[in-house]
Design a protein around this ligand. Structure first.
Ligand SMILES: Nc1ncnc2c1ncn2[C@@H]1O[C@H](COP(=O)(O)OP(=O)(O)OP(=O)(O)O)[C@@H](O)[C@H]1O
Ligand SMILES: Cc1cn([C@H]2C[C@H](O)[C@@H](COP(=O)(O)O)O2)c(=O)[nH]c1=O
Length: 210
C-alpha cells in the first residue's frame, strides 16, 4: 500500500503554527507533493462540533476528564474519516495539533497524568503516532501577546486559562520532547516569520529525504 507521511505541529498558544502551515502547504504543493492540511480538534464536521463544545467560553464547568475524552473522541473520528484515507492515498498529512496537545494540556497542565491521558489516546489512535512532530518553541506570554494583538482571533476557553496553566503546558511539552526524542524537532518560533518558515522547511525536507 502507498503510504504518505503524518507530520504534526505543536506548541503553546499563538506560536505561529497555523500561519507557517499555510505557507508550507503552498510550498509543498508547488514541489509536487499531495498535501492534506488539517487541524485538531476539528478538520471534519463531527470533530468541529466537538471543538465548539470543548472551546466554548460558556462551558466553564467542564470536568478535566470529560475534556480529555472529548479531545480523544474528536481525534478518533478525524483519523478515521480524514487522516487515514489521505495517508493511504500517499498524501503528506500536516496536522495542526495532535496527541501531544492532549498529553501536555490535559495530561500535564490539567494534572490528569501524561501516562493516563496517553492510555485513552492509544485507544483512539490505534498505534498511528506521527512520523515527525515540530514543536514551535516560544515563551507562552509571547504567544498570548501575539494572539491578543490579532483582532480577528477569538479567545477560546483554553486560551483564557491563567498564565500558570500556560507555563505548565510548556513544561509538559518539555517532558514530551525528552520522552520522544527521535520524533520531536524544535523550531525557534520567536524569530521573524520568514526565518521560522525557512527553519521548518529545511527540517522537513531533511526528514523527507532521509
Ligand atoms: N514569527 C512570527 N512573528 C510575529 N507574529 C507572528 C509570527 N508567526 C505568527 N504570528 C502572528 O501571531 C498570531 C498567532 O499565530 P498563529 O495563529 O499562526 O498561531 P498558532 O500557533 O496557530 O496559535 P493557536 O494554536 O493558539 O491557534 C497571528 O496573528 C500571526 O499573524
Ligand atoms: C488537540 C488539542 C488541543 N488542545 C487545546 C490547545 C488550544 O488551546 C485549543 C485548540 O485551539 P487552536 O487555536 O486550534 O490551537 O485546544 C488541548 O488542550 N488538547 C488537545 O488534545
Amino acid at each position: 500500500m502507498n503510504h504518505g507521511m503524518f507530520i504534526t505541529f505543536e506548541g503553546p498558544e499563538g506560536a505561529g503554527k497555523t500561519t507557517v502551515l499555510a505557507m508550507l502547504q503552498e510550498y509543498l504543493e508547488e514541489q509536487g507533493f499531495q498535501v492534506l492540511l488539517t487541524r485538531e480538534p476539528g478538520g471534519i464536521p463531527i470533530a468541529e462540533q466537538i471543538r465548539e463544545v470543548i472551546l466554548s467560553t460558556s462551558n466553564t464547568e467542564m470536568d478535566p476528564r470529560t475534556e480529555a475524552l472529548l479531545y480523544a473522541a474528536a481525534r478518533r473520528q478525524h483519523l478515521v474519516e480524514k487522516v487515514i484515507p489521505a495517508l493511504e492515498k500517499g498524501s503528506m498529512v500536516l496536522c495542526d495539533r495532535f496527541i501531544d496537545s492532549s498529553l501536555a494540556y490535559q495530561g500535564y497542565a490539567r494534572g490528569l497524568g501524561i501516562d493516563e491521558v496517553s492510555t485513552i489516546n492509544e485507544f483512539a489512535i490505534e498505534g498511528l503516532w506521527p512520523d515527525a512532530t515540530f514543536y514551535f518553541d516560544i515563551e507562552p506570554e509571547e504567544g498570548l501577546r501575539r494572539i491578543s494583538s490579532n483582532s480577528g482571533r477569538e479567545v477560546n476557553r483554553l486560551d483564557s486559562e491563567n498564565a500558570a496553566f500556560h507555563d505548565k503546558v510548556k513544561e509538559g511539552y518539555m517532558q514530551l520532547i525528552d520522552r520522544y526524542q527521535g520524533r520531536f524537532h524544535i523550531i525557534h518560533a520567536e524569530k521573524e516569520l520568514p526565518l521560522v518558515f525557512e527553519e521548518v522547511k529545511a527540517k522537513l525536507l531533511d526528514i523527507i529525504n532521509r
